[in-house]
Design a protein around this ligand. Sequence first.
Ligand code: SAM
Ligand code: SF4
Ligand code: SF4
Length: 361
Amino acid sequence: MLEAKYLKTGIDIFLLYLSRYIPSFLKLIKISPIEASVKVTENCNSRCITCDVWKSGFQTDLTIQELKNVFYQLKEIGIKIIGFTGGEPLLRKDIAELIKEAKKITGAQVYIVTNGILLKKKAKEIIDAGIDWIAISLDGIEKTDEKIRGVPGHFKMVIDGINELRKIKKDFKINVGTTILKDNISEIPELIELCKELGVTWSFNLLDSNLYFFQNIDENNLKVSDQKLIDKTIDYLYKVKKENPKVFNLDNKSLEFARDYLKFKNPKFFCVIGYLRIYIDSKLNIYSGCWALPPLGNLKKEQLKDVLHSPKYKKRVQDMFYLKCPKCSCGYIESCMINNLPSTIKYLLPNIKFFTKYVKI
Ligand SMILES: C[S@@+](CC[C@H](N)C(=O)[O-])C[C@H]1O[C@@H](n2cnc3c(N)ncnc32)[C@H](O)[C@@H]1O
Ligand code: SF4
Ligand code: SF4
């Protein structure tokens, strides 16, 4: 049974690869996302210069009942991983209950993306609630980070939060994520050393202004303009992944994508995110794994499975594959891996078990 599942996954990945050249193959792939991102709040206690979310003022959150309904519907469509995002998820007073309910109802793995401000305070309750892993945003060393995140003391809050998590659960999975910017790119080696010391993994985000909640940022002042520094950093990252793959690991295609993206070269790829993920925002709007394109339905009026199986959803996901979209930097890693045969063979096949969670029967 398991072998059949791997075989189907392999076939779907191969069909995705072939669809680059022969569009009709895309029609053979069932849309069955495996990961859901849920915006559990629109509120935020940070003031990041890269993000608009905090600017909109206080907004009423979805109730736990509304979110439980979301979880039942996510279970119905077979979601296996749920990420809570926002806004700042740890601002929710009922975050522990939400984690418990999401896990109980769906049986999925649940993780949180957080700015880390409340991490030390909430570490015990989220671990006790069964959170599977956590992604913490940190945009530099001390003052650099604090300037970007707009919160005095943010750097220390993140370190204290990580130490607290480690104290409670020694082997807890923690990732630190940095959005690469003009102000912090030269601090990446120091950030990676810090992650090594803390025993956490490190990854990066590529600055975006096409997602609806990043559209008003001062992108020109944030982007890295020094091309040599970009090359030096990407070359350095190759070295880190070779020497410390447990801290940072990314396939070569994705690293080259990042190099081109940072240099505004508009790298070509085929977006597979619509096949892998589904997004729900804090107004219960349903997105096809893309925050840059308009929602395709709303859970107040429709059932998730009906929207997912609708012709408009299918068309959207196929259009996404051919980049009929504003383009963004989310999900380029999966797209780079699945669309590249050497990467597929080198990284995907040995990890086919892992990827069955992405391309599902
Ligand atoms: C919108 S935040 C929501 C979760 C949480 N508030 C946080 O900051 O981690 C999700 C991720 O987007 C990253 N981010 C913020 N602004 C960005 C931008 N303009 N482009 C790309 N990623 C960005 C954050 O650093 C964070 O890792
Ligand atoms: S990136 Fe996260 S912490 Fe920063 S303003 Fe946006 S939602 Fe808030
Ligand atoms: S690349 Fe395009 S389709 Fe894919 S997630 Fe980004 S904006 Fe959406």
